[in-house]
Design a protein. Sequence first.
Length: 115
Amino acid sequence: MRHNDHPSPTSFFLEPAERRLYLSWTDEHESLHNWETLRWACPCAWCAGEGGVPGMLQSRQSLSTEETTLINIEPVGRYGLTPIWEDGHKTGIFVYEKLRAMCECDECRRQRTGA
């Protein structure tokens, strides 16, 4: 599949009461993402590590409320989104394919488990 054939987000909604991010996609799917799950999955070098050096998340047992409170989302080119966290962190780029694969809606969970 060519990169531009993959669905891309058309809009997002931050739901503070549920601490969830909702994304609408070009194929009309609506995905949901728990804020804390997103932060634990941050792909940046600082959080995830790089070059054989572990990231800071690998030595942590928990994250603060500020580290897991999503305050905005910014597009990165035509391939990803960067979450902006309350603690100021904003270097993780989630490519669309990764975000879609991480969807926590019931339909996507069933597809992943084969149930």
